[in-house]
Design a protein around this ligand. Structure first.
Ligand SMILES: NC(=O)C1=CN([C@@H]2O[C@H](COP(=O)(O)OP(=O)(O)OC[C@H]3O[C@@H](n4cnc5c(N)ncnc54)[C@H](O)[C@@H]3O)[C@@H](O)[C@H]2O)C=CC1
Ligand SMILES: O=C(O)C(=O)COP(=O)(O)O
Length: 526
């Protein structure tokens, strides 16, 4: 049975799902060294923001197949290191959207009405109605930085409260922004014109300290900023100084450069700074959502099924997988075949989408072709996650081409591999009930379903050659299940495709090439 380690608190609903297929150990609060020590026994790791999954931990996780982040941000996971090792990293892109958006809105209203400090003062026995005079958000301008799932929900609710909306997000179209009621502007203008600024971008090298002393200096002295996205997007020292010196009116932070928050100037500033301990996703509803979403994906991957929200399998969402799955199997089979025909080190793979397939996304088919191609060298170590990286590291160049006019089959895929021993090509299509058929080998038309063990020959089309090959294989007790010859012209060159019941015993390939008229022979396992 598989083993899953849950190293941050997650809802029981997730544990129940994992327990259907695995032994689940919940062990939270581990130090990095303790995690490194035990991770080697686990097939899956489920985390929230509390566990930093470093390269060292990934390398110690020799059995790991999947890392599941019960939430959105995967900045605490070394995703490139996981990708190199073929470990799927999944998250829950929507499970806590509402929770995080509502926390940002709560922060905005708390800032504008001084709710945390007013509450504390009443609880101290005071009745101070002067200190806590607030400001309305109605008709004020809210600047949303990052108009993704959370930013959009914040904007929608803020609009209903009568706020004017500006947004900065270089990856969102003007039309999409307008749909949500936002005017897209650049970051400078947003900083200058907003009364409230709320951040909803991921933490990346580009967004680290995107809000710094220079950008803060552009804000109005009456403006306030909210960060419920990630620590480190705002330069904390510059922010503390800006609030302390009255350059801006206030800030509310849920996330910090280092968590848990240690010694910090931020703690010392009174009612103009509100701090919460990374509570954005901490609602009962969100925690059930993310736990179920991620646990289901871990369960599926442990059962050999694809994950619906893998962050390190480019272009392979569930809808694409559903639609392209049969073609991906075709691509993988053709990749295995052309890799074995090419024999030596492959330097260039040309992936050609033909007929109806030409209008489809090529990336999943390229990944599947590479997975097949590299199978010979890497076996189970290559998967959809690391096929691209492994190919790059081996110096395999990939060219994608399309030919919508190819009409032999509704849709077909052609792979051509050029390597140290020459160039080979194979084409395949899905026929009837989506059954894979090989339709061309090295330019010779054939029509055979692939089988696990096959022999291909390149020979002269002349009388007697099929019989000689049949007897030769018979003399070595090799049973032929099916055989087909493809040729372009009578008595010219031809290709023979044989399906055999068992692997070809050692040494027979050399015997086959001694048959007069046979120029080359290949044995493949698909
Ligand atoms: N405080 C908490 O507990 C929670 C925090 N989060 C954080 O909220 C953030 C946003 O989450 P979602 O809205 O779900 O993500 P999303 O992917 O739907 O949206 C992110 C948006 O940021 C934009 N973006 C990316 N780079 C940018 C850049 N350099 N400048 C401007 N915009 C940029 C993207 O185009 C996208 O529209 C994430 O960092 C996530 O980790 C999410 C959930 C809970
Ligand atoms: O989902 C996210 O990105 C979050 O920041 C939530 O973090 P958490 O799961 O509450 O530790």
């Amino acid at each position: 049975m598989s083993k899953v380690l849950v190293s941050d608190p997650i809802d029981q609903a997730g544990i129940d799902i994992l327990s259907q297929v695995a032994t689940v150990d919940v062990n939270t609060g581990l130090k990095p060294a303790e995690l490194i020590e035990i991770i080697g026994q686990y097939d899956a790791l489920m985390i929230r923001s509390g566990t930093r999954v470093t390269q060292e931990i990934i390398e110690a996780g020799t059995q790991l197949k999947i890392i599941g982040r019960a939430g959105v941000g995967v900045d605490n996971v070394d995703v490139p290191a996981a990708t190199r090792r073929g470990i799927v990293v999944v998250n829950s892109p929507e499970g806590n959207t509402i929770a995080a958006a509502e926390h940002a809105l709560a922060m905005m209203l708390s800032l504008s009405r001084h709710i945390p400090d007013a509450n504390a003062s009443v609880k101290r026995g005071e009745w101070d109605r002067k200190t806590f005079v607030g400001a309305e958000v109605y008709k004020k301008t809210l600047g949303v930085v990052g108009l993704g799932k959370i930013g959009s929900h914040v904007a929608t609710v803020a609009k209903a409260m009568g706020m004017k909306l500006l947004a900065y997000d270089p990856f969102i179209s003007t039309e999409r922004a307008e749909q949500i009621g936002c005017q897209l502007v650049d970051l400078d203008l947003l900083m200058q014109q907003s009364d409230y600024i709320t951040l909803h971008i991921p933490k990346t090298p580009e967004t680290t300290h995107i809000i710094n002393a220079t950008t803060l200096a552009k804000m109005k002295p009456t403006a306030r900023i909210i960060n419920c996205a990630r620590g480190g997007i705002i330069d904390e020292a510059a922010l503390a100084a800006a609030v302390k010196e009255g350059k801006i009116a206030g800030a509310a932070l849920d996330v910090f450069e280092s968590e848990p928050l240690g010694e910090s100037d931020l703690r010392a500033i009174g009612k103009d700074i509100i701090l919460t301990p990374h509570l954005g996703a901490s609602t009962t509803e969100a925690q059930v959502n993310v736990a179920i979403d991620v646990a289901e994906q871990i369960r599926d991957v442990l059962l050999g099924l694809p994950a619906r929200s893998a962050v390190n399998i480019p272009g392979l969402g569930p809808d694409v997988l559903e639609e392209l799955k049969p073609y991906m199997q075709l691509a993988e089979t053709l990749g295995k075949l052309v890799g074995q025909l090419a024999g030596g080190r492959v330097e260039l793979l040309t992936v050609r989408l033909q007929g109806e397939l030409a209008t489809n996304k090529s990336q999943p088919l390229v990944i599947a072709s590479l997975k097949g191609l590299l199978h010979q060298a890497l076996r189970e170590r290559v998967n959809y996650v690391n096929a691209n990286i492994e190919a790059k590291e081996r110096g395999i160049r990939v060219i994608e081409t399309r030919d919508a006019s190819a009409r032999d089959y509704a849709g077909s895929l052609r792979l051509e591999a050029t390597g140290t021993l020459g160039t080979h090509s194979v084409t395949g299509a899905l026929l009837g009930d989506k059954e894979i058929h090989l339709t061309d080998v090295d330019g010779f038309p054939i029509n055979v379903p692939p089988s696990k063990y096959m022999v291909f020959t390149l020979h002269r089309d002349m009388p007697g050659i099929i019989g000689k090959l049949g007897s030769l294989l018979g003399s070595f007790n090799v049973n032929i299940a099916s055989m087909q010859v493809g040729r372009k012209i009578v008595r010219g060159d031809a290709v023979m495709a044989l399906s055999i019941d068992d692997p070809l015993p050692d040494g027979i390939l050399a015997e086959i090439t001694k048959v007069p008229g046979i120029r080359d022979a290949y044995t493949v396992t698909l």
